[in-house]
Design a binder for this molecule. Structure first.
Ligand SMILES: *Cc1c(COP(=O)(O)O)cnc(C)c1O
Length: 372
């Protein structure tokens, strides 16, 4: 049956997913309400085991958010005033925010225009004796180039923290995002590839000592009840969110497959269209398409045309982080970050889109770009 052309188009459809697993979610939630261990309950431990196995590392520490995951990772690595942490100029604010919050200096490196990820060739010039850690982001669902990043980190004996908030489920050389470096952080914000029904996040590592430190930091630096050996945060994931994630991770591999099929359809429809630059996935990578983001010229015009056609869009992100008032550094200008901020446009994308949805977006986009 044909879908109505004017059916409401969602940027991300969390309802279809919920319908699919609603009875299982209800059972999980009822179990938590019955046992009443809302903080660090059994579902949290169960989820940590499932997630660690999925990523292929020894330790998973669930966190209250992706931001807390990044913050705790930097705290565990003793990042503080006087230190520099090298990251990309082009990401969600949280990436650089956590560095600045700890009194350290974010040092921004330009991106590779094809992958939107930190350009490893430019890392070399940014490293010096003040560098305390590298914090690459795996933007839009594709991992940064960890082969090169880890090689440079080894030379300087630096830890590497992956901001995998958008890339959970992606792979590089067959290994999963968040398991590619010293420590990997992700987010379970509802709209991320694996999302819960509130805020959530997780940290992954093979380093047992680091894992212990992270668990302590997550819980106010507490070693035993009301004994606090260091400063920490309240960074725990709620048991209810862990319960929800246990049902969502069960269907996640299928959703990752669907995400790839849908991205493939978008690419097939759009590959011949002039004035659209499609996302490039490197041969060693698989993406989870945390966003389906492409480049257009004259983006404002395209955005307005799509809005008139009832197609929701987003711009991830309209400014490099160093241009945000909170982090403003006018001495920095990274040309590829600046250009990306002017050109990127994210299309509706979720695992429950059908061909009619895809065609509707594609048709509207082609018209919008041609009207330029
Ligand atoms: C979403 C996101 C974060 C922060 O995650 P929260 O769970 O919202 O705190 C950090 N980095 C990137 C790249 C993100 O997309």
């Amino acid at each position: 049956m044909l879908k109505l052309g004017n059916r409401f188009m969602k940027f991300i459809d969390l309802e279809s997913q919920q319908q699919r697993i609603r009875p299982a979610l209800d059972r999980r939630i009822a179990t938590v309400l019955a046992h009443g261990q809302y903080i660090l309950g059994p579902e949290v431990m169960e989820l940590e085991q499932v997630l660690a196995a999925y990523v292929g590392v020894h330790h998973c520490i669930t966190m209250a958010s992706g931001t807390d995951a990044l913050l705790a990772a930097l705290m565990a690595l003793d990042v503080g005033p006087g230190d520099e942490v090298i990251t990309t100029g082009f990401s969600f604010i949280a990436t650089a925010e956590v560095i600045a919050l700890l009194g350290a200096k974010p040092v921004y490196v330009d991106i590779d225009p094809h992958t939107f990820n930190l350009d490893p060739d430019q890392l070399t010039a940014a490293v010096n004796h003040r560098t305390k850690a590298l914090l690459p982001v795996s933007l839009y669902g594709q991992c940064a180039d960890f082969t090169h990043i880890n090689a440079l980190a080894d030379e300087w004996a630096l830890p590497v923290i992956e901001d995998g908030a958008q890339s959970f489920g992606a792979t590089q050389h067959g290994r999963r995002s968040c398991g590619l470096s010293t420590v990997g952080c992700t987010s379970f914000f509802p709209s991320k590839p694996l999302g819960c029904y509130g805020d959530g996040g997780a940290i992954f590592t093979d380093d047992a000592q680091l894992a212990d430190t992270l668990r302590t930091i997550r819980n106010h630096g507490q070693s035993q009840r009301y004994y606090h050996t260091r400063l920490g945060i309240n960074g725990r994931l709620d048991t209810l969110q862990a319960a929800i994630l246990l049902e969502k991770i069960a269907i996640f591999p299928d959703e990752v497959e669907r995400r790839n099929l849908i991205a493939q359809r978008y690419i097939e429809h759009l590959i011949q269209v002039p004035d659209i630059t499609l996302p490039v996935i490197q041969p060693d990578n698989t993406s989870v398409f945390g966003q389906f983001t492409l480049r257009v010229k004259n983006r404002e015009f395209v955005l307005q045309s799509l809005q008139r056609a009832g197609i929701p869009t987003a711009v991830h992100y309209p400014q490099p982080m160093y241009r945000q008032p909170a982090l403003l550094d006018e001495s920095i200008c990274l040309p590829e970050c600046e250009r990306a901020a002017q050109e990127v446009l994210s299309l509706p994308f979720h695992p429950y889109m059908d061909e009619a949805d895809i065609v509707r977006v594609v048709d509207a986009l082609i018209l919008a770009v041609a009207g330029n």
